[in-house]
Every structure is written in structure tokens, then in C-alpha cells.
Write a protein that binds this ligand. Structure first.
Ligand SMILES: [Zn+2]
Length: 231
């Protein structure tokens, strides 16, 4: 999901709000990511696919990042850290839920609906590429372009993993490809959540005078997470 890192843009020049056109792009990105989060949760539950649930976590994280980018400009830096803390805790809870759901799937023997997984996985990939194209068109500066590329690549890897899991479920008639992908993505989400929470707590523990420098760190965990994902 291209959203991941786009707000680097604001870090570089936090004092000036983005141009209206770019703000509209951020709103589109927020809406698409929030919608895909809901779609993947609903589809994951109805199709019994833990991998779809796992993929939804990143849409949540990216939607939260866009929301923070749009909202935080008018807020004190401490609110960015608080928002990061809430985001981290929520992502961690989702990650643990997904791991639990995958473990339950191991025992239950329920086979996910491969067709639903394939359709929704493809839709997720299209959503990420579409948002990336928008952000790329309205990018500002090399750093932002680079984050769009990095995040899109890593989010696309997650979507492709879901598509491969769908293929695997279809081919084997078993749940294990779905559970394997879910366990991997859920584990990465929990690890990412831990680093987000740690960074946010570190920032909140610092004196207010250090706040401008502190906000620069808020997004680092998401970068790390995407690096981790690449392994
Ligand atoms: Zn992402």
C-alpha cells in the first residue's frame, strides 16, 4: 500500500500544509484504503480466509497514516505520537487476532473459498497500484517518490501472497496455503506494531521541547516493517 510512507512528505516540511490538490489525493487514498480494509475483513470472514484478514491489517495501517497526515497538521506534535500509539496497539490487536484465527483454522479443517480470495486479492492489488499511480502523479520531491515506490512494492508483495494462497487453496483443496500466508503476514504485523508502539512511547516520554525532532521518527517503524517484510 502506497500509503505507508507518503507522509514523509509532511515530515520534510511540517510547517507548510500540502497543496489542495495533493490533499484531495490524500483523501482519495484514505478512502480507498479504509474501504479495502472493510472489504477484506468482510471477505475474510465470509470466505473463511485468514490471509485476507491479514492483508486487511496493512490497509488499516495505511488508512490511519493518511488520516494522520491530513489531520495532524493542525495538531500539536504530541498528537501525532498519540495517534501512532493507538495505531500500533490496534494493528497489534489485529495481528494477534489473525494469528489466533490461523491457529483455529489449523484445527477446524475449514477450507477457504479460493475464488473469493482471488477476486478480493486482485482488487486489493488494483487498489494499491491505483493509489500509487495517484501519489506518483502528485508526488513532491525524490524522497516522496521513493517512499511511494517502496511502499507500493511491499504492499503488492502482500497482495500477491494472498493471490498465491488462493491458487494454493484451489490447487490443494486444503486451508494450509491460506494459513501459512496468514501466519507470515500476521507475524509481520505484530512485529511492526511492536516497533510502532515502542517508537511512540519513546516520543511521548521525551520533553515537549524535543517534539519537532521527535515527529521525524514516527514513520520509521512502517519503513522498517516493509524492510522486514522483504526479509
Ligand atoms: Zn502499506
Amino acid at each position: 500500500m502506497s500509503g505507508c510512507c507518503h507522509h514523509d512528505h509532511h515530515k520534510e516540511r511540517a510547517a507548510s500544509p500540502p497543496p489542495p490538490r495533493y490533499r484531495r489525493v490524500l483523501w482519495v487514498a484514505l478512502t480507498v484504503n479504509a474501504a479495502m480494509f472493510a472489504v477484506e475483513i468482510a471477505a475474510g470472514l465470509t470466505a473463511a480466509s485468514a490471509a485476507l484478514l491479514a492483508d486487511a491489517i496493512d490497509f488499516f495501517g495505511d488508512a490511519a497514516n493518511y488520516g494522520v497526515s491530513l489531520a495532524v497538521l493542525a495538531m500539536a506534535p504530541v498528537w501525532r505520537s498519540r495517534a501512532a500509539l493507538v495505531k500500533g496497539l490496534t494493528m497489534g490487536a489485529f495481528g494477534i487476532f489473525v494469528l489466533g484465527r490461523a491457529a483455529w483454522g489449523l484445527g477446524s479443517g475449514t477450507v477457504p473459498e479460493a475464488a473469493t480470495m482471488g477476486v478480493v486479492g486482485a482488487l486489493a492489488l488494483a487498489a494499491n497500484l491505483g493509489v500509487a499511480a495517484l501519489l506518483y502523479a502528485y508526488r513532491e520531491g525524490d524522497a516522496n517518490m521513493r517512499s511511494v515506490w517502496l511502499c507500493t512494492r511491499n504492499d503488492a508483495i502482500g497482495n500477491v501472497a494472498v493471490l498465491l494462497a488462493a491458487l494454493g487453496v484451489f490447487g490443494t483443496g486444503t486451508a494450509w496455503p491460506d494459513l501459512l500466508v496468514a501466519a507470515l503476514m500476521g507475524g509481520l504485523a505484530v512485529a511492526a506494531a511492536v516497533s510502532v508502539v515502542r517508537a511512540a512511547r519513546r516520543e511521548l516520554a521525551q520533553p515537549a521541547t524535543a517534539a519537532p525532532a521527535v515527529t521525524l521518527e514516527v514513520d520509521a517503524p512502517h519503513h522498517l516493517r516493509h524492510r522486514d517484510r522483504l526479509g
